[in-house]
Design a protein around this ligand. Sequence first.
Ligand SMILES: [Mg+2]
Length: 98
Amino acid sequence: MSLKLSVLQDVCIERERQDQKWGVQRHDMATWLVILVEEVGELAQAIQRDNHWGKSSDADNSYTEAVQISAVAAAIAEQLKEEAQNKAKMNDPINQEL
Ligand SMILES: [Mg+2]
């Protein structure tokens, strides 16, 4: 398996874990941004810890945190795509006849 596929597989596993933990999440974009930035902050903490910069942290390792950032970004993309698909359906004349 290529490195890219291996990482994307881990992102998919994390997305499944998120859905099992929280259910399918739908938020306004401001809330999504807060969630994403919180994950970015955890990656920063993990990097600080890995570099022995003296900060204690609950953050997992840097790889796990990067995968979690990717998974949250994927969840945002899923919602945006779903919204675009729903908007397209609403503008479809066939659907308007139903
Ligand atoms: Mg995290």
